[in-house]
Design a protein around this ligand. Sequence first.
Ligand code: NAP
Length: 303
Amino acid sequence: MTGAQTLGNIGFIGAGAMASTLAIAMHRRGYAVRAVASRTEASAERLAAGIPGCDPLSPQAVADRSDTVFLTVPDDAIAHVAATLRWRNNQFVIHCSGALDIDVLSPAARSGAQTGGLHPLQTFTAGVDPEASLRGIAYAVEAYSPLRESLEALATALGGWLLPLDSTDRAVYHASAIAACGLVATLLKQAGDLWRGIPGLDGNGMRALLPLTRSTLDNIERQGLPDALTGPAARGDVGVVRMHLDALGERAPGFLPLYAALSLALLPIARDKGTLAGPQEAQLRELLTASLTESRTEGAPCA
Ligand SMILES: NC(=O)c1ccc[n+]([C@@H]2O[C@H](COP(=O)([O-])OP(=O)(O)OC[C@H]3O[C@@H](n4cnc5c(N)ncnc54)[C@H](OP(=O)(O)O)[C@@H]3O)[C@@H](O)[C@H]2O)c1
């Protein structure tokens, strides 16, 4: 039996960003995606329209018709959906959350279903090509055999690779994913916002800064860290860092603690690179710690 056959007829409940990527990619690889439901009919109809042989149905009808059901609803809705639908013996019920383990699906397990978690370590937004976003990504799979093997085969069929993740490590794993994704986006937004009010620069922040971020990511991928690290703190340019702290204290006090905390975290990376001498590192540490303590004492909002 192929990996696709082991999952049988497949349904999705929740037709948002995750389902739109996964359902279409699975269909293209021969998986039988046959039914989709969502909170609104419009979302289910939109996703079903892109997959030949897939019908928009009610959530219970998806559960009744499918051998395998992906609950691709927001994390906070998974337990509720799992608890309110009727499941059957040996049906596969899977969620895609990075933060939650399979206990959230225990109502389905109590009805005899086999439950699993398949977390693609990627960010999905509407309208992005599924193939591009799934290429080469890691998957954390949690399930017992035989569902485990089916989900591992699915991850491999989608061009991904597997992470052995114990459920006790999930929260830290997911926090790390958020740091590498949403927090990077937040940092970029704040960096762009620093241009506000600067004549000629105001409004151009994101457009001008993005190539810099892209090169940073490319260099990290190509050279790794610490080699790809650059900047005044990495070089030990204490005077430049002092200028930054003074300017931010005056014009963007809300951003100052974040700048100081991240700069402190950068120092060991610079030390490992070998570009930061001991005395400069000590001066920077003192300067940045003082700035961080001062801004905390003053209660500057970090926004
Ligand atoms: N997006 C990502 O980057 C990403 C990455 C990895 C894992 N995940 C995981 O994938 C899952 C889905 O996330 P998402 O980003 O796809 O969320 P999303 O874009 O917000 O989509 C959620 C979908 O669920 C539907 N929905 C909400 N409550 C429902 C309910 N009670 N019953 C039926 N449908 C309901 C929504 O309905 P309507 O559209 O009809 O209103 C929407 O279509 C989550 O577990 C998330 O952690 C997401």
